[in-house]
Design a protein around this ligand. Sequence first.
Ligand code: KG4
Ligand code: ZN
Length: 357
Amino acid sequence: MSHIIKRPRTWKILAIETSCDETSVAILEMSGVQPAKCNIRILHHEIATQIPIHQRYGGVVPEVAARTHVPELIALLERAKIFGAKHRYNAIAVTRGPGLATALRVGVEAGRTLAATTGVPIIGVNHLEGHLASAWLVPENRNVWKFPMLVLLVSGGHTELVLMKDYCSYRILGRTRDDAAGEAFDKTAKLMGIGYPGGPAIAKLAANGDPTAFNFPRPMLHDPSLDLSFSGLKTAVRQTWEKLPSARRADLDIRADLAASIEQAIVDLLVKKTIRAAQKVKPAAIAIVGGVSANYLLQKEMTNAVDDYLDGRYLLHPAKGFHTDNAAMIAAAASWRLSINKTDNWKTLDAKPEWDL
Ligand code: KG4
Ligand code: ZN
């Protein structure tokens, strides 16, 4: 739904993110109307991670995440000095979905309450669009932000190849048919007992391992579609792990080889499918976003592949610290929505745990 809103010269967007296990608040200043020409400044940004809390369970526990968001969010909003300070923001952005229903609800209800009491417009943001916008927050990326842009979106819950035709206009070219890439990292790490989140844990262990030690499957690699699949990899890792005698499971070299082979299989699949998509749609630029895009091997191999196969295409990344969930990217996506007058009604805004781009 769109409402006619009075457009100030400068938007100060207060953004709230609570879709999974990070509570985050940001204030983003946007001067200028069009995303292509505006100036952006992050005035305030804080992320409170719940990772240490969920680590003891080996994964995110939705009820615990939601309960933890409540005090964290209030503390972050207080530290952003927004209570009783009308000049601090003139728009509210809140992650509406996809994500954990009860966790999303904490942010959505806080945003609605602020909108109701201040009268400022509210934008319910798609978390995936937020990840896309995370790369746009980098000033150098904005200078070469060209359409159509091919985006590999790789997170804990999603793995998609997206064609961005314009701001707020997308076509899904391919997606995982089962697990997300981040889930493949998280589940195999849990199996090996090396902690949560699995991506950074596997990457760390993999640094001393041989990526060719175990030949794990790359499902769908030769399938002509742009879809991906990771559940076969997970099964193969489980079978390999279960066959290892316990003394060998404890062997650091074997663990490192396993981690390196898992990481290589995931990266191979992501890079090859992205290049195949690029060869098909011939984008003007390519971006990789989402938590898994923090992976160093993925960044390195994607950079080499883009250099080798896609001469002259730009490869854009979010800045360090902006790959995983954060509220600045939610504010950035909201700024795109504001530029086309897409706002929501606080009275009817609700969380949307299952929400496609
Ligand atoms: O985008 P994100 O913070 O949350 C979702 O929207 O899902 O992504 C979290 C995912 C987790 O699965 C985590 O294991 C993975 O990103 N991740 C990584 C790395 N850092 C985070 N995966 C591989 N390598 C990393 N360095
Ligand atoms: Zn995310």
